[in-house]
Design a protein around this ligand. Structure first.
Ligand SMILES: [Cu+2]
Length: 434
């Protein structure tokens, strides 16, 4: 996939899913200015395995639940706990800024440090209204900056990360650990255990996400689209496909509006820019063909799932509202959705079927969180808004690698604008083929 950066240089870069090792920007904001002695440390939460990533990916595509047999583990800035444990030394009285990145492939994670609260000040490189929490929830590809005060009795305190999964499916419930260690404390001291929410704690997840608000200050305003030019409603589901070489002769597909995305052989942006025919169709439906009880009893019969490379064409500078609705097509599940090329505002979220008459009245159009990856809760919905002012072709996909590999994605083809700096530039002559 080709992505043009939003920097002034207007570079084209080769881009796959931007979920590995995503790094937030390093700019400082008003929340930090009042603090002294703030040290910045990055936390990389990852999932690893004795097998290489390519082998894992290949297995995911062949075997619906192959990942469970791979015995992966989770790590914090380091090797698995049985080989090594990451330790971060702190000095009493100082405040530390932790940049936390979820670089795991398939799991939303809780993260906490024993005895120490976090003050959340940033997500996905956007300032938030600061709030205090005992643990954070972070999805693959998301970043979170928190302040931690070394204000406890000098000692050793475990930091811990563990998956959040409230869907009725098996979960790999291992815990990754690191250590927050006060200066001068010997390694022989047993660390205090960290408390994490239960792995299926939906209430914590919903409440945590509700606390996330844009800073919305004069310097960092929240420019939320108040008027919507086009409303989109996409259902998230699973489907089955025959696969002679797979276990049981079938494999799972994942779908938006019951369409499982097929990756093209030619890059979408190239096809868009050069107007190549036969690579994709710009006819992705704005809503599912028929409304149904999306989150009712599990739906397994006559799924009618199709596989296609279908995009939605978006007018330049139009304002878009997209409601992502989880369904019980095979199973409900939480899906962190990521949009390339844009930040969006999460104006509403809830459990059950989205009600287009009632729910928009309760949208937060003042200080909703602005980010680029947001969870659609298990059996629920999430509404986002953005202004399509960045021309090009932009993927939107579930950030669980398993699901995006099964086709849980589509792309927006945003048309060029009329201005001199509002068109996709030609690719550079030395652009490497993906
Ligand atoms: Cu998903």
């Amino acid at each position: 996939m080709l992505k043009r950066s939003k920097s002034k240089a207007r570079k084209w870069v080769c881009h796959r899913t931007c979920q590995m090792h995503t790094q937030s920007t390093g700019s400082q904001g008003p929340s930090f200015h009042v603090l002294r002695n703030v040290r910045k440390l990055s936390k990389l939460l990852e999932k690893t395995s004795s097998l290489g990533i390519d082998i894992i990916y290949s297995n995911l595509l062949k075997n619906s639940f192959g990942f469970l047999a791979l015995n992966p583990t989770y790590i914090i800035n380091s090797a698995p706990f049985y080989l090594d444990t990451f330790a971060m030394e702190v000095e009493s009285g100082k405040t530390y800024l932790l940049r936390i990145i979820n670089a795991a492939l398939n799991d939303e994670l809780f993260f906490a440090i024993a005895g120490h609260n976090f003050t959340v000040v940033e997500v996905d490189a956007v300032y938030t209204k600061p709030f205090t929490t005992e643990a954070i929830l972070i999805a693959p590809g998301q970043t979170t900056n928190v302040l931690v005060q070394a204000n406890q009795k000098p000692g050793r305190y475990f930091m811990a990360a563990r998956p959040f999964n409230d869907a009725p499916i098996p979960v790999d419930n291992k815990t990754a650990t690191g250590i927050l260690q006060y200066k001068g404390i010997p390694n022989s001291l047993l660390p205090t255990l960290a408390q994490l929410p239960a792995s299926n704690d939906s209430e914590f997840a919903l409440n945590y996400n509700k606390k996330l608000r844009s800073l919305n200050s004069p310097k960092f305003p929240a420019d939320v689209p108040q008027k919507v030019d086009r409303k989109l409603f996409y259902t998230i589901g699973f489907g089955k496909d025959s696969c002679p070489t797979c276990v049981n002769g079938t494999r799972l597909l994942a779908t938006l509006n019951n369409i499982s995305f097929v990756m093209p052989q030619t890059a979408l942006l190239q096809a868009h820019y050069f107007n190549l025919k036969g690579v994709f169709k710009a006819d992705f439906p704005d809503k599912p063909p028929k409304p149904f009880n999306y989150t009712g009893a599990p739906l397994t019969a006559s799924l009618g799932t199709s596989r296609a490379t279908r995009l939605s064409k978006i007018a330049f500078n139009s304002t878009i509202e997209l409601v992502l609705q989880d369904t019980n097509l095979l199973t409900v599940e939480s899906h962190p959705f990521h949009l390339h090329g844009y930040n969006f505002f999460v104006v509403g979220t809830g459990i059950g079927n989205f009600d287009p008459v009632k729910y928009p009245a309760n949208y937060n159009l003042v200080d909703p969180i602005e980010r680029n990856t947001a969870a659609v809760p298990t059996g629920g919905w999430t509404a986002i808004r953005f202004r399509a002012d960045n021309p090009g072709v932009w993927f939107m996909h579930c950030h669980l690698e398993l699901h995006t590999g099964w086709g849980l994605k589509t792309a927006f083809a945003v048309e060029d604008g009329p201005g001199p700096d509002q068109s996709v530039l030609p690719p550079p002559t030395d652009l490497p083929p993906c």
